[in-house]
Unconditional design. Structure first.
Length: 730
């Protein structure tokens, strides 16, 4: 009966903490403050300082002092710390850090050293009565220094994103330095906890902690990165149960947390590093991010921060010495962080205005300090009063950061180079290819299959997109010196290598090979496709000389839920499908379908060092024809929808570094215009954006059918839209 009562109280605690935390967090978010501040305030409201003082009977009933009752809520809170650090790591974009590396390093190092020194000095000067035990002064001072020096990357990223400054140069510096702050901070916390476990400075123990932490980090970011990716991919491909990949991610985080705990450092470092590795995985993170984030944000995050608020003793702030201590922490944290970041920004090459904005932007402590303070309170190296002062400092700096940063950014002019970069990034955010996480290549041993392998390699190589080659063997294996599957994979890897040479550094490409018999090919392709692929690339021969698609191609497309591309080799690619530059002709119409096809054409030309010609048929009839080739966007072109469509493709070419030439014509049907252009120019690939058509037999439109019948060069039909989700059966 006692057990049932404790469970009922525990559920009531969770319900109340979630309800009050969500409501206050929502209220603060509507006035421009992070919701985490509201969740902390919810804990303060429900704690002994307010609810306990106003309704002591209700408070004791809801939060009894029984140790087992506290242990249940504390267990959820500790699991919340692990999951919060996992999510923070997954949100850590190291590419942002690489972009703003030099100023970010200076800002982070200076922004840590100055407030850390201030915090340690304050800890050394505190009277013994403010410390839990006099023997823990060194560890307490280190905790104070850490709490004053680290910015909360989650709060910083949230505020910058809400203010619309995430992609600004200074916004990237702020975010990158906060990422470095978090990484350095958790290493410092882990080493400090190692000291706390031994009670005194033990040189041998300290050496083991530092060396163990360094070794763990090195192995994690080298061997561990590939192991994590392979585990995530295996769970997605091999396990069929619901949310199996989410479970795998949680297991990885838990195991890495246990490893760091065994090394003598806190488990938060293992969870944080696991999150970084999972966030860098090129596979499936977008698919599992929503359910995992929902679990953390909806349950564990508000419970943890509300529990932290429950521990705050507002009565300590009524005592003059602790009130002065809290004010000193706020001043030291704010001034120390601002001065350090400002000096670091200037040393890193930022202007005075940019350095000032950076100093304002890195001052939010928020969740990180609350976690650090909670760990210190749990290990009894911080007193309850010190814990209250640190959390109060975290809340005040977090609340003050958004208006300060907004004020600083309003006075920060945007340079021409930054404006161009932002426009380019905004343009790319609407693109088709950057959204692909995985390719499935279904080919046979024909020239069309080899050409499809090459084109897929060119697309995957520059971005390091994981690729699976599904080879359909329709010819006797003894006719080949090497197996057809090995040939297709070799063609793809060679094309990927040549494409990867254009990027620095060239990304690694993970390629897997599958084989299927002709009779069961459609089932094998459908089975692979259900594992989650962004694009299915098919290379099979047509069914007849008339140019109809083979039934196998139609069956494969019918089983594909994502985008697809069909490759047909003709002309020079019949004899040499895996070599040569691609001189591509692409049809442009201004629709999203045509734009996806044009983007693929431009990307292939870039990867093969070829060229692109875009052709648009303007059906208005009023604009003069332009038979000469020219770069679009010039004043010679009429202002029309055709010009706008061409300008969009030219911008795509500028992004990839490919010069796009084109023609706007006003006479004749489009199929005749395309065939005439192919006859008069030396194009070896025609790319057409197509859409799905409801039909028993594969049909991609009249234009695609005409080109499939009459075109003499190779063809690539690109459909960037996913299959519609079928309505649930009743």
């Amino acid at each position: 009966m006692v057990h049932s009562a404790s469970v009922a109280v525990f559920i009531a605690q969770i319900v109340v903490l979630l309800t009050v935390g969500r409501l206050i967090g929502e209220l603060l978010q509507r006035v421009g403050q992070p919701s985490v501040t509201g969740q902390i305030l919810a804990g303060v409201l429900l704690g002994p300082s307010i609810l306990g003082a106003l309704a002591p009977g209700l408070w004791h009933s809801l939060f009894p002092a029984a140790p087992e009752q506290k242990a249940m809520l504390d267990g959820v809170s500790q699991l919340g710390i692990l999951l919060l650090l996992l999510m923070t790591g997954m949100e850590t974009d190291l590419a942002v850090f690489r972009t703003a590396r030099r100023p970010a390093v200076y800002v982070s190092v200076c922004g840590i050293v100055v407030p850390f020194a201030c915090g340690c000095a304050l800890g050394a000067l505190l009277p013994a009565s403010m410390l839990p035990t006099s023997g823990h002064r060194l560890v307490s001072a280190l905790f104070l220094g850490t709490a004053l020096s680290i910015s909360s990357v989650k709060i910083v990223a949230l505020v910058i994103r809400d203010l619309g400054f995430l992609r600004r140069t200074v916004g990237q510096v702020i975010l990158a330095s906060s990422i470095l702050d978090d990484t350095i901070g958790w290493v410092i916390v882990s080493i400090t906890l190692g000291l706390a476990l031994y009670g005194t400075v033990d040189a041998a123990a300290l050496t083991r902690t530092v060396v163990g932490t360094a070794l763990f980090l090195v192995l994690s970011f080298t061997v561990g990165r590939r192991i994590v990716f392979r585990l995530v991919r295996w769970s997605n491909d091999a396990l069929t149960s619901e949310m199996a990949t989410v479970t795998t991610i949680l297991i990885i985080a838990g195991l890495m947390a246990l490893v760091t705990n065994a090394l003598g450092v806190h488990f938060v470092l293992g969870a944080f590093v696991a999150g970084i590795l999972l966030g860098q995985s090129p596979l499936l993170i977008k698919r599992v991010d929503a359910p995992l984030r929902g679990l953390i944000v909806a349950l564990f995050m508000p419970v943890f921060f509300a529990v932290a608020g429950l521990s705050i003793n507002l009565g300590a702030l009524t005592q003059p010495r602790f009130l002065w201590l809290t004010l000193a922490l706020i001043v030291l944290a704010s001034v120390g962080k601002f001065v350090g970041a400002f000096v670091g920004g200037r040393a890193g090459g930022l202007t005075y205005a940019e350095s000032f904005a950076v100093g304002c932007g890195v001052n939010a402590r928020g969740s990180t300090e609350v976690i650090v303070a909670s760990i210190g309170l749990q290990l009894k190296v911080l007193s309850l009063d010190l814990f209250t002062a640190i959390v109060a400092m975290a809340v005040v700096t977090t609340v003050a950061m958004p208006p300060m940063l907004r004020w600083a950014f309003r006075r920060l002019p945007m340079g021409r180079e930054e404006q161009v970069r932002l426009e380019r990034e905004e343009f790319e955010s609407r693109a088709f290819l950057p959204q692909l996480e995985r390719l499935l290549v279904a080919v046979d041993a024909s020239p069309s299959g080899k050409l499809a392998s090459r084109l897929a390699g060119l697309l995957a190589g520059g971005r390091g997109i994981p690729t699976t080659v599904m080879h359909v063997d329709s010819s006797p294996p003894e006719r080949h010196a090497a197996s057809p599957a090995e040939e297709s994979t070799a063609v793809l890897k060679a094309a990927a290598a040549s494409s990867g040479e254009l990027t620095a550094p060239a990304p690694d490409l993970d390629v897997r090979t599958r084989a299927a018999e002709q009779q069961a090919a459609h089932k094998a392709i459908a089975a692979e496709g259900h594992k989650g692929f962004g694009l299915l690339v098919i290379g099979r021969e047509p069914a007849s000389a008339r140019g109809d698609f083979s039934p196998e191609i139609g069956t494969a497309i019918a089983g594909a839920s994502g985008a697809f591309a069909i490759t047909i080799a003709r002309g020079v690619h019949r004899s040499a499908p895996d070599t040569g530059e691609l001189h591509t002709l692409v049809a442009v119409s201004g629709t999203r379908t045509a734009r996806d096809g044009a983007e693929v054409a431009v990307a292939l030309a870039h990867a093969s060092r070829g060229r692109v010609t875009a052709l648009h048929l303007d059906s208005r009839g009023g604009a003069p024809a332009h038979p000469w080739r020219q770069r679009f966007g010039s004043a010679l072109l009429p202002r029309s929808s055709a010009t706008a469509a061409m300008n969009e493709i030219v911008e795509l070419g500028e992004h990839y570094g490919v010069e796009v030439r084109g023609r706007i014509l006003t006479a004749g049907p489009l199929d005749a215009v395309l065939l005439r252009e192919l006859a008069n120019a030396r194009h070896n690939l025609l790319v057409i954006g197509v859409s799905r058509r409801p039909d028993e037999q594969l049909f991609l439109g009249d234009l695609a059918a005409q080109m499939l019948t009459h075109a003499t060069c190779s063809l690539l039909f690109v459909c960037g839209e996913a299959a519609p989700v079928p309505a649930p059966s009743r």
